[in-house]
Design a protein around this ligand. Sequence first.
Ligand code: ADP
Length: 292
Amino acid sequence: MLELANVSHVYPNGTRALDGVSLSIPRGMYGLLGPNGAGKSTLMRTVATLQTPSEGDIRFGDIDVIREPERLRRTLGYLPQDFGVYPRVSAQDMLSHMAVLKGIASAGERKATVESLLQQVNLWNVRKKALAGFSGGMRQRFGIAQALIGNPDLIIVDEPTAGLDPEERNRFLNLLAEIGENVVVILSTHIVEDVSDLCPRMAVLADGRIQLEGAPLELIAATRGRIWMKAIARAEIEDHRARYDIISTRLFAGRTIIHVLADSDPGDGFAPVEGGLEDVYFSTLAGLRRAA
Ligand code: ADP
């Protein structure tokens, strides 16, 4: 269990990137969903002990993360957002080198670890290929392999699916799902489907604060009967925006589909629709924009 209590962070330029974040994160996949600038990377780097928060407490099991960062690092696997090491070195050699850095001193153990990780992330066939020539999806799978060295109990992946095509994204998410239920895996993302596909628990972070926390299915159930949809022409959007609480718009077959949040039937051609996690997420963000 990872416990954050009242974690705040103010950068030297005065930006309050985290504002009183408290979370209990159990074992399994946990989704941290938020728009760009929400504070996700700041939170991930803080938990990964790369920066110290201005305030607050973080505990992982019996580890006091802020006071004993080296203990946390021994059990941490981290795939940062800007994992940018793609030299002209083969995947196998690079992984072996990283295993040395992680303290796997025995050559035999290192070889076995590297081989099994390359198999697990499905890069065995390209193990001798230079990382510089890898596709985006292969790089991210390599990133997961390096994060898994040493069997970490806490795995942090920061915006891992950004820039992946749908097939690569699927493959990557399946791999994450396989990592297991016995470790804490935090997936930070701005993509709603990443969370809805994978995570039994989640939080929405925006403006440095936790806006919502829970099980996606329960959060969706809480919007039941309050989401309404209507297909309109593009030209009608502004008029509808003025009259309704629009939480999302998307194009479908040349029409614009709008979703609104309302406790009772707005009439005017709206039909009830079964909400999804997107509706939960966008109505949370829309609520914040209205309050601003
Ligand atoms: P996210 O990962 O959700 O996009 P970040 O944690 O990167 O969010 O950023 C949160 C806020 O903190 C943003 O307003 C960003 O501009 C600011 N920020 C991030 N890093 C720094 C930094 N090193 N110095 C000053 N401000 C920063």
